[in-house]
Design a protein around this ligand. Structure first.
Ligand code: ADP
Ligand code: MG
Length: 465
């Protein structure tokens, strides 16, 4: 069989594989495979990543079936490790790392590399020393948020007030916010910085309201604590949703600080307009300054984040492990970091050899993948939209049900390990419908932020359930 034909067959086989295996395996491992030959009943492809073979092992039978159908005779499938491809791949990785070094230079622009002010920094309430600008890896996903934070840190109270940073869980909002705090404390030791989680603010307020006989004194204390500062960092403001008294108190605090030219920085998992029951006066104030978002990092940035962690720990991780981690944990930097921590801790204690197999074992990866079932997704989507799971799976064409169904299908594709066909069977729909639903929600999410937030909330609920 000539090369052209081999390539043609492979590209249609790839299309089919795409429907059968989760995109989390398809994109990083199947897509880069290069068709090589069809000889003596064996169809072979090349890879430059030795562990692609291990990872795809469980799909060999499936791929063989597809090939057999495509070619019309019994076919064996084989992946060959290719030195040349590996070298090419490594060059690409090296480039990524060079890029990481550039990032280092950018962030060292600020003098905070050498904190002789360390004492003050450590006594600064609740700021985590790890969350500094120089430990923050800048990528396409967060460069605006980084620049705005840096600028705010350099001239607090002057430019963007408030600075409102929003985005999904584990994407670096708290990190950036605290980096501002560190930077200000280091460069302007005379300024007072206060970091507060919104939950803490709420609890503090409740305690002050209920405290003893002398209510007015305790409220005065409370107010002083939050108004007698130069930089107020309020983390996760979405938690004020529905807390009327807190909303009023935040509003008054905001007014007092803003009028006095003090800097306010706020983080949230969504834009102000999607925080429920937020009075317009507060919403519009949140939007007065600058709103910037953080998005999930791309693969390169995720790799740079791991390299950065390893560098700080004085560890040299094999590149293939860095890449493996970055490919496995793509949506949330906290999870990525957690995986890195587990791997390095384990290796430190047990002195085992670090390779993809041991890493997979340490992270219990196959178990992680299996945790979420299609029923989990369906039930949580149903609960979220106050619909019955049975109706969502059913044939009714009401708009409300159809929308919920599409969201459920999208979420199944995004976060579970089930194939298109399995998802199709579950929802009693053909697989083009599954593809269509997934694409539609994906597209709509780009323009409809409300939908995007709903979906993110649903995913968070499923993961936490
Ligand atoms: P969020 O507040 O958005 O939920 P965090 O700021 O708590 O997320 O970040 C979660 C973890 O990921 C933290 O340990 C943080 O240091 C790390 N992290 C997130 N983004 C980056 C980044 N760009 N570079 C380095 N570390 C990051
Ligand atoms: Mg946070």
């Amino acid at each position: 069989m000539d090369m052209l034909e081999v390539q043609k067959i492979w590209s249609s086989v790839v299309e089919e594989i795409k429907n059968e295996i989760p995109s989390s395996s398809f994109e990083p491992w199947v897509l880069p495979l290069i068709p090589h030959a069809f000889e003596n009943g064996t169809f072979s492809v090349l890879t430059g990543q030795s562990f692609a073979i291990q990872i795809l092992k469980k799909y060999f039978a499936l791929i063989e079936n597809i090939l057999t159908k495509e070619i019309g005779e019994k076919v064996e499938f084989n992946i060959i490790y290719d030195e040349k491809l590996a070298q090419k791949h490594n060059k690409k990785l090296q480039k990524l790392l060079a890029r990481e070094e550039n990032i280092e230079k950018v962030s060292q622009e600020n003098p905070s590399g050498k904190y002789d002010n360390l004492k003050k920094m450590q006594s600064a309430p609740k700021l985590n020393l790890k969350y500094k600008f120089e430990n923050f890896v800048v990528g396409e996903n967060n460069k605006f948020a980084y620049a705005a934070s840096m600028s705010t840190a350099k001239t607090p109270g002057e430019k963007y007030n408030p600075l409102f940073i929003y985005g999904g869980a584990g994407l670096g909002k708290t990190h950036l916010m605290q980096a501002i705090g560190h930077y200000v404390l280091y460069n302007h030791p005379e300024l007072k910085v206060k970091f507060v989680k919104t939950e803490e603010f709420i609890n503090d307020l409740i305690t002050s309201i209920h405290q003893g006989m002398d209510k007015s004194a305790s409220m005065t204390n409370f107010r002083q604590k939050y108004r007698n500062v130069d930089v107020l960092l309020i983390d996760d403001i979405q938690f004020i949703e529905g807390k009327e008294r807190t909303v009023t108190e935040i509003f008054n605090t905001f007014e007092a600080l803003h009028n006095a030219g003090k800097q306010i920085v706020i983080t949230s998992d969504r834009e102000p307009k999607y925080i429920q029951n937020l009075p317009d006066r507060l919403r519009s104030r949140f939007e007065w300054g600058l709103m910037v978002d953080v998005q999930p990092p791309d693969l390169e940035t995720r790799m740079a984040i791991i390299c950065n962690l390893a560098k700080n720990d004085g560890i040299t991780l094999p590149l293939e492990i860095v890449e493996f981690l970055a490919k496995t944990y793509s949506k949330n930097v906290r999870e990525l970091e957690g995986a890195y921590n587990r791997v390095t801790a384990y290796v430190g204690v047990c002195n085992i050899e670090l390779n993809i197999d041991s890493v997979k074992q340490i992270l219990n990866i196959s178990d992680v993948e299996k945790q979420i079932t299609l029923d989990d997704v369906l039930n949580i989507v149903a609960d979220y939209y106050k619909l019955s799971p049975k109706d969502i799976k059913g044939q009714t064409r009401s708009q409300k049900l159809a929308n919920a169904r599409q969201v459920a299908i999208y979420v199944c594709r995004e976060i579970t390990d089930f194939s298109l066909n399995e998802i199709g069977d579950f929802f009693a729909r053909k697989h083009p419908t599954i593809i269509y639903s997934h694409e539609k929600v994906k597209e709509d999410m780009e323009t409809n932020v409300m939908l995007k937030n709903c979906v993110n909330e649903i995913i968070a609920k499923i993961k936490n359930s």
